[in-house]
Design a protein around this ligand. Structure first.
Ligand code: ADP
Ligand code: MG
Length: 266
Protein backbone atom coordinates (compact mmCIF):
# COMPACT_ATOMS: atom_id res chain seq x y z
CA UNK A 1 0.00 0.00 0.00
CA UNK A 2 2.71 2.45 1.11
CA UNK A 3 4.92 1.34 -1.75
CA UNK A 4 2.09 1.94 -4.21
CA UNK A 5 1.52 5.42 -2.85
CA UNK A 6 5.22 6.25 -3.02
CA UNK A 7 5.29 4.95 -6.56
CA UNK A 8 2.38 7.20 -7.51
CA UNK A 9 4.24 10.17 -6.09
CA UNK A 10 7.38 9.42 -8.06
CA UNK A 11 5.31 8.98 -11.17
CA UNK A 12 3.75 12.41 -10.77
CA UNK A 13 7.15 14.06 -10.39
CA UNK A 14 8.52 12.07 -13.30
CA UNK A 15 5.53 13.12 -15.38
CA UNK A 16 6.26 16.80 -14.65
CA UNK A 17 9.88 16.23 -15.69
CA UNK A 18 8.84 14.51 -18.88
CA UNK A 19 6.43 17.28 -19.78
CA UNK A 20 8.98 19.90 -18.77
CA UNK A 21 6.49 21.83 -16.61
CA UNK A 22 6.94 22.96 -13.01
CA UNK A 23 5.20 20.65 -10.50
CA UNK A 24 3.21 23.57 -9.13
CA UNK A 25 2.15 26.20 -11.62
CA UNK A 26 3.14 29.69 -10.49
CA UNK A 27 0.26 32.10 -9.77
CA UNK A 28 0.10 35.01 -12.19
CA UNK A 29 0.88 38.38 -10.58
CA UNK A 30 -2.05 40.44 -9.25
CA UNK A 31 -0.53 43.56 -10.77
CA UNK A 32 1.94 44.00 -13.57
CA UNK A 33 3.21 47.31 -14.87
CA UNK A 34 5.38 47.15 -17.97
CA UNK A 35 7.54 50.07 -19.08
CA UNK A 36 4.96 52.66 -17.97
CA UNK A 37 5.61 56.24 -19.02
CA UNK A 38 3.47 59.18 -18.03
CA UNK A 39 3.95 62.65 -19.43
CA UNK A 40 1.86 65.46 -17.93
CA UNK A 41 1.33 68.19 -20.45
CA UNK A 42 0.17 71.67 -19.63
CA UNK A 43 -0.09 74.55 -22.08
CA UNK A 44 3.54 75.57 -21.71
CA UNK A 45 5.29 72.64 -20.11
CA UNK A 46 5.72 68.93 -20.25
CA UNK A 47 6.64 66.80 -17.26
CA UNK A 48 7.84 63.23 -17.57
CA UNK A 49 6.58 61.79 -14.25
CA UNK A 50 7.11 58.10 -15.07
CA UNK A 51 9.99 56.99 -17.27
CA UNK A 52 9.58 53.28 -17.81
CA UNK A 53 8.32 51.96 -14.46
CA UNK A 54 8.14 48.16 -14.47
CA UNK A 55 7.01 45.95 -11.61
CA UNK A 56 5.17 42.75 -10.73
CA UNK A 57 3.19 42.35 -7.54
CA UNK A 58 2.27 38.85 -6.44
CA UNK A 59 -1.21 38.01 -5.18
CA UNK A 60 -1.30 38.52 -1.43
CA UNK A 61 1.99 40.40 -1.38
CA UNK A 62 2.58 43.48 0.77
CA UNK A 63 4.83 45.71 -1.28
CA UNK A 64 6.19 49.07 -0.15
CA UNK A 65 7.50 51.68 -2.55
CA UNK A 66 9.94 54.32 -1.34
CA UNK A 67 11.16 57.32 -3.23
CA UNK A 68 11.71 61.03 -2.80
CA UNK A 69 8.85 63.47 -3.17
CA UNK A 70 8.11 63.99 -6.86
CA UNK A 71 9.63 60.65 -7.92
CA UNK A 72 6.32 59.39 -9.32
CA UNK A 73 4.79 57.26 -6.55
CA UNK A 74 1.31 58.77 -6.68
CA UNK A 75 1.39 58.85 -10.48
CA UNK A 76 2.24 55.14 -10.53
CA UNK A 77 -0.67 54.45 -8.15
CA UNK A 78 -3.01 56.40 -10.41
CA UNK A 79 -1.94 54.29 -13.39
CA UNK A 80 -2.42 51.04 -11.44
CA UNK A 81 -5.73 52.22 -10.00
CA UNK A 82 -7.09 53.09 -13.43
CA UNK A 83 -7.41 56.78 -12.57
CA UNK A 84 -5.24 57.87 -15.45
CA UNK A 85 -3.90 56.41 -18.65
CA UNK A 86 -0.18 55.80 -19.17
CA UNK A 87 1.29 57.79 -22.06
CA UNK A 88 2.89 54.49 -23.07
CA UNK A 89 3.42 51.08 -21.51
CA UNK A 90 0.88 48.70 -20.01
CA UNK A 91 -0.81 47.93 -16.72
CA UNK A 92 -2.35 44.51 -16.10
CA UNK A 93 -4.64 43.75 -13.18
CA UNK A 94 -5.15 40.01 -12.77
CA UNK A 95 -3.69 39.62 -16.25
CA UNK A 96 -6.23 41.96 -17.82
CA UNK A 97 -4.83 44.90 -19.77
CA UNK A 98 -6.50 47.91 -18.12
CA UNK A 99 -6.31 49.85 -21.41
CA UNK A 100 -8.70 47.31 -22.97
CA UNK A 101 -11.45 47.82 -20.40
CA UNK A 102 -14.49 49.80 -21.45
CA UNK A 103 -15.97 52.56 -19.33
CA UNK A 104 -18.18 50.21 -17.27
CA UNK A 105 -15.49 47.61 -16.69
CA UNK A 106 -13.08 50.29 -15.53
CA UNK A 107 -15.69 51.68 -13.16
CA UNK A 108 -16.26 48.16 -11.80
CA UNK A 109 -12.52 47.70 -11.27
CA UNK A 110 -12.21 50.97 -9.40
CA UNK A 111 -15.30 50.39 -7.33
CA UNK A 112 -15.05 46.70 -6.46
CA UNK A 113 -11.58 45.41 -6.91
CA UNK A 114 -9.30 48.25 -5.86
CA UNK A 115 -9.38 50.10 -2.57
CA UNK A 116 -7.51 53.38 -2.96
CA UNK A 117 -6.27 55.27 0.09
CA UNK A 118 -5.45 58.67 -1.37
CA UNK A 119 -2.51 60.68 -0.11
CA UNK A 120 -4.77 63.72 0.21
CA UNK A 121 -7.72 61.58 1.47
CA UNK A 122 -10.18 62.91 -1.15
CA UNK A 123 -13.06 62.74 1.31
CA UNK A 124 -16.27 64.46 0.31
CA UNK A 125 -16.45 67.50 2.55
CA UNK A 126 -20.23 67.88 2.70
CA UNK A 127 -20.69 64.27 3.77
CA UNK A 128 -20.21 62.74 7.20
CA UNK A 129 -17.61 60.05 7.84
CA UNK A 130 -20.35 57.46 7.72
CA UNK A 131 -21.68 58.73 4.39
CA UNK A 132 -18.16 58.87 2.92
CA UNK A 133 -17.62 55.20 3.81
CA UNK A 134 -21.11 54.21 2.61
CA UNK A 135 -20.71 55.92 -0.77
CA UNK A 136 -18.66 53.20 -2.57
CA UNK A 137 -21.14 50.61 -1.27
CA UNK A 138 -24.03 52.62 -2.72
CA UNK A 139 -22.18 52.65 -6.08
CA UNK A 140 -21.81 48.88 -5.78
CA UNK A 141 -25.55 48.52 -5.25
CA UNK A 142 -25.58 47.47 -1.59
CA UNK A 143 -28.81 48.38 0.18
CA UNK A 144 -28.45 51.28 2.57
CA UNK A 145 -29.15 49.35 5.80
CA UNK A 146 -26.38 46.87 5.10
CA UNK A 147 -24.09 49.63 3.86
CA UNK A 148 -24.64 51.60 7.07
CA UNK A 149 -23.97 48.53 9.21
CA UNK A 150 -20.76 47.71 7.35
CA UNK A 151 -19.60 51.33 7.33
CA UNK A 152 -20.04 51.53 11.11
CA UNK A 153 -17.99 48.36 11.55
CA UNK A 154 -15.25 49.70 9.30
CA UNK A 155 -15.18 53.01 11.17
CA UNK A 156 -14.88 51.05 14.41
CA UNK A 157 -12.04 49.03 12.90
CA UNK A 158 -10.04 52.20 12.20
CA UNK A 159 -10.89 53.70 15.59
CA UNK A 160 -13.49 56.18 14.42
CA UNK A 161 -16.55 54.37 15.73
CA UNK A 162 -17.31 57.32 18.01
CA UNK A 163 -17.18 59.90 15.17
CA UNK A 164 -19.52 58.61 12.46
CA UNK A 165 -21.45 61.85 12.07
CA UNK A 166 -18.52 64.26 11.92
CA UNK A 167 -17.66 65.90 8.62
CA UNK A 168 -14.02 65.85 7.40
CA UNK A 169 -13.45 69.50 8.37
CA UNK A 170 -14.34 68.60 11.96
CA UNK A 171 -11.64 65.92 12.10
CA UNK A 172 -7.87 66.00 12.50
CA UNK A 173 -5.65 64.99 9.57
CA UNK A 174 -5.05 61.60 11.16
CA UNK A 175 -8.77 61.01 11.66
CA UNK A 176 -9.46 61.93 8.03
CA UNK A 177 -6.73 59.53 6.97
CA UNK A 178 -8.41 56.76 8.98
CA UNK A 179 -11.78 57.58 7.44
CA UNK A 180 -10.11 57.32 4.02
CA UNK A 181 -8.76 53.89 5.00
CA UNK A 182 -12.23 52.73 6.08
CA UNK A 183 -13.70 53.97 2.79
CA UNK A 184 -11.03 52.15 0.77
CA UNK A 185 -12.11 48.88 2.41
CA UNK A 186 -15.84 49.45 1.83
CA UNK A 187 -16.28 46.99 -1.03
CA UNK A 188 -13.82 44.36 0.27
CA UNK A 189 -11.20 45.01 -2.42
CA UNK A 190 -8.67 42.35 -3.39
CA UNK A 191 -6.07 45.06 -4.02
CA UNK A 192 -5.36 48.00 -1.71
CA UNK A 193 -3.33 50.96 -2.97
CA UNK A 194 -2.19 52.90 0.07
CA UNK A 195 -0.53 56.21 -0.76
CA UNK A 196 1.42 57.24 2.34
CA UNK A 197 -1.37 55.91 4.58
CA UNK A 198 0.41 56.58 7.87
CA UNK A 199 1.97 59.95 6.97
CA UNK A 200 -0.36 61.88 9.28
CA UNK A 201 -0.82 59.32 12.01
CA UNK A 202 0.92 59.16 15.36
CA UNK A 203 3.16 56.13 16.04
CA UNK A 204 0.45 54.15 17.83
CA UNK A 205 -2.38 54.74 15.35
CA UNK A 206 0.05 54.29 12.45
CA UNK A 207 1.11 50.96 13.92
CA UNK A 208 -2.54 49.89 14.21
CA UNK A 209 -3.22 50.76 10.57
CA UNK A 210 -0.14 48.78 9.49
CA UNK A 211 -1.41 45.80 11.47
CA UNK A 212 -4.80 46.19 9.78
CA UNK A 213 -3.18 46.09 6.32
CA UNK A 214 -1.12 43.05 7.36
CA UNK A 215 -4.26 41.28 8.56
CA UNK A 216 -5.95 41.94 5.23
CA UNK A 217 -2.98 40.28 3.55
CA UNK A 218 -2.67 37.37 5.99
CA UNK A 219 -6.33 36.56 6.57
CA UNK A 220 -7.95 37.58 3.29
CA UNK A 221 -5.06 37.32 0.82
CA UNK A 222 -5.41 40.99 -0.13
CA UNK A 223 -2.58 42.46 -2.23
CA UNK A 224 -1.29 45.69 -0.67
CA UNK A 225 0.96 48.30 -2.26
CA UNK A 226 1.95 51.23 -0.14
CA UNK A 227 3.98 54.31 -0.86
CA UNK A 228 5.75 54.99 2.39
CA UNK A 229 8.83 56.02 4.29
CA UNK A 230 7.49 54.70 7.57
CA UNK A 231 10.17 52.29 8.87
CA UNK A 232 7.49 50.28 10.70
CA UNK A 233 5.58 49.73 7.48
CA UNK A 234 8.74 48.92 5.54
CA UNK A 235 9.65 46.25 8.10
CA UNK A 236 6.22 44.59 7.83
CA UNK A 237 6.32 44.49 4.02
CA UNK A 238 7.25 41.42 2.01
CA UNK A 239 9.38 43.51 -0.35
CA UNK A 240 10.55 47.10 -0.73
CA UNK A 241 11.05 48.90 -4.04
CA UNK A 242 12.75 52.22 -4.70
CA UNK A 243 11.47 54.63 -7.29
CA UNK A 244 13.62 57.51 -8.54
CA UNK A 245 12.88 59.82 -11.46
CA UNK A 246 9.90 57.75 -12.50
CA UNK A 247 11.68 54.41 -12.61
CA UNK A 248 11.98 51.45 -10.25
CA UNK A 249 15.67 51.38 -9.47
CA UNK A 250 16.00 48.84 -6.71
CA UNK A 251 14.27 46.00 -4.89
CA UNK A 252 15.16 44.45 -1.55
CA UNK A 253 13.72 42.62 1.44
CA UNK A 254 13.05 44.30 4.79
CA UNK A 255 15.83 42.16 6.29
CA UNK A 256 18.33 43.59 3.79
CA UNK A 257 17.05 47.07 4.52
CA UNK A 258 17.48 46.52 8.25
CA UNK A 259 21.02 45.25 7.76
CA UNK A 260 21.80 48.54 6.04
CA UNK A 261 20.55 50.53 8.99
CA UNK A 262 16.78 50.83 8.58
CA UNK A 263 14.39 52.55 6.25
CA UNK A 264 15.89 56.01 6.28
CA UNK A 265 16.99 56.10 2.66
CA UNK A 266 16.04 58.19 -0.34
P1 ADP B 1 5.30 61.50 -5.56
O1 ADP B 1 3.98 60.89 -5.21
O2 ADP B 1 6.43 60.51 -5.62
O3 ADP B 1 5.64 62.66 -4.67
P2 ADP B 1 3.92 62.39 -7.97
O4 ADP B 1 3.58 61.17 -8.72
O5 ADP B 1 2.85 63.04 -7.21
O6 ADP B 1 5.21 62.10 -7.03
O7 ADP B 1 4.53 63.47 -8.98
C1 ADP B 1 5.57 63.19 -9.87
C2 ADP B 1 5.84 64.44 -10.70
O8 ADP B 1 4.77 64.66 -11.60
C3 ADP B 1 5.97 65.71 -9.85
O9 ADP B 1 7.01 66.50 -10.36
C4 ADP B 1 4.63 66.38 -10.03
O10 ADP B 1 4.74 67.77 -9.94
C5 ADP B 1 4.22 65.95 -11.41
N1 ADP B 1 2.76 65.85 -11.52
C6 ADP B 1 1.96 65.04 -10.79
N2 ADP B 1 0.66 65.17 -11.15
C7 ADP B 1 0.65 66.10 -12.13
C8 ADP B 1 -0.38 66.69 -12.93
N3 ADP B 1 -1.67 66.32 -12.79
N4 ADP B 1 -0.03 67.64 -13.84
C9 ADP B 1 1.26 68.01 -13.99
N5 ADP B 1 2.29 67.48 -13.28
C10 ADP B 1 2.00 66.55 -12.36
MG1 MG C 1 2.68 61.20 -3.69
Amino acid sequence: MIAARRKAKIDQKRMAQLLDVPATVAQPPAIRAVDVHKVYRTRHTEYHALRGATLDVARGEFLSIMGPSGSGKSTLFNMIGGLGKPTSGKVFIDEVDVAHLDHNELAWLRCRKIGYIFQSYNLIQVMTCLENVMLPMAFAGLDSDRAREKALLLLELVGLGHRPLHRPAELSGGQQQRCAIARALANSPSIVLADEPTANLDQKTGGEMIELLCRLRDELGVTVISATHDPKMLMRSDRVLWIADGKIVRSCTPAELKAEGGGHHG
